[in-house]
Design a protein. Structure first.
Length: 319
């Protein structure tokens, strides 16, 4: 968005303290996100916030709180549960919605498997991550949601960089990256035809560092799995996998050891790797991210299946 970009350029070009500039930037990003949330409620009849229990969706919840304060968040949260989530994430999810008093809708990938709508993958790199698409589309149809608010960011992956803030999906839930609406001068067009719905990305212009800077500024509580902790792990293909569950496939010759690790992104356990880390506080995580040269999606094996893996999933209705 042009107005936001000008603000950020002014910040980047000004002299002064780096931390101070970071606060000013996240304040501008916060204002933009709050504006987007309010536009969603103004333009759509039945929105929902897609909630995974990860840092991005937790940030969305805080932004939604601010957008509608002193009222409650005026839409439910929807979690598409693969059944292979980290226990720390599920525990945090349930505690958060109870504290906030918001409605949580959970739909399970296992039900889609049991109904024969999707087939569970087998083998060394099996994952339920891509199977979420069918469960999500069924849930959107079940509740007739016309806007699904998600935490995707343009810095995460090439396909996500193509998304608009208001991203229209057709009546089959599919995304056409070549046929998107312009979004000039902060104008968001939520007009849709019968059967269509819109994916909304309030933090699309944020980076991973912006999210963590905002979490630090707001002192937002997040699942403990994001901080360095001792965990039993094994290494495969140069990536660090959790060995504390029976979800992640492990060969007999893949040795288990205990290391200090944390997770930069929290998804299906079977496709989400950890990173070695000593960052036990938000401040240390922010510093670690500031110095990192690798995207957080580098720890997601499902993105590595092909160059166009994410784009193909998005075209089919993925988050």
């Amino acid at each position: 968005m042009e107005i936001l970009e000008k603000k950020v350029e002014q910040l980047n070009g000004s002299a002064g303290n780096l931390a101070g500039n970071s606060v000013l930037k996240v304040n501008a990003l916060e204002s933009e996100a709050i504006y987007i949330f309010r536009e969603v409620v103004a333009q759509f009849e039945k929105p929902v916030l897609l909630f995974s229990g990860g840092k991005d969706s937790i940030t969305l919840v805080r932004l939604a709180q601010k957008a509608f304060y002193p009222g409650k968040i005026p839409f439910p949260l929807l979690h598409i549960d693969t059944g292979h989530n980290f226990p720390e994430t599920i525990e945090f999810r349930d505690r958060l919605v109870k504290e906030l008093g918001v409605e949580l809708i959970v739909r399970n990938v296992q039900d889609s498997i049991d109904q024969g709508k999707v087939v569970e993958e087998k083998g060394k790199y099996a994952s339920r991550n891509s199977l979420q698409t069918t469960t999500l589309l069924d849930a959107l149809e079940e509740f007739k949601f016309d806007a699904a608010i998600g935490g995707a960011r343009r810095d995460e992956e090439k396909a996500r960089a193509k998304e608009r803030i208001f991203s229209v999906r057709d009546d089959f839930g599919q995304w056409d990256e070549k046929n998107q609406r312009p979004e000039l001068f902060d104008h968001l067009n939520g007009k849709i035809d019968l059967g269509q719905n819109v994916r909304v990305f309030p933090i699309s212009n944020w980076t991973e560092l912006d999210v963590w800077s905002y979490i630090e500024k707001e002192r937002i509580e997040i699942p403990s799995i994001y901080f360095a902790h001792k965990r039993k792990i094994f290494v495969r293909d140069g990536m660090i996998w959790s060995a504390e569950d029976d979800v992640v496939y492990r060969e007999d010759d893949e040795l288990i050891e205990e290391r200090m690790v944390r997770f930069r992104t929290v998804g299906d356990m079977s496709c989400t790797a950890a990173v070695l880390s000593d960052a036990t506080t938000i401040e240390k995580v922010v510093e670690e991210i500031r110095e990192s040269t690798i995207s957080e999606r580098g720890a997601r094996i499902d993105d590595k299946r092909s160059e166009a893996a994410m784009e193909k999933r998005k075209q089919q209705g993925y988050f």
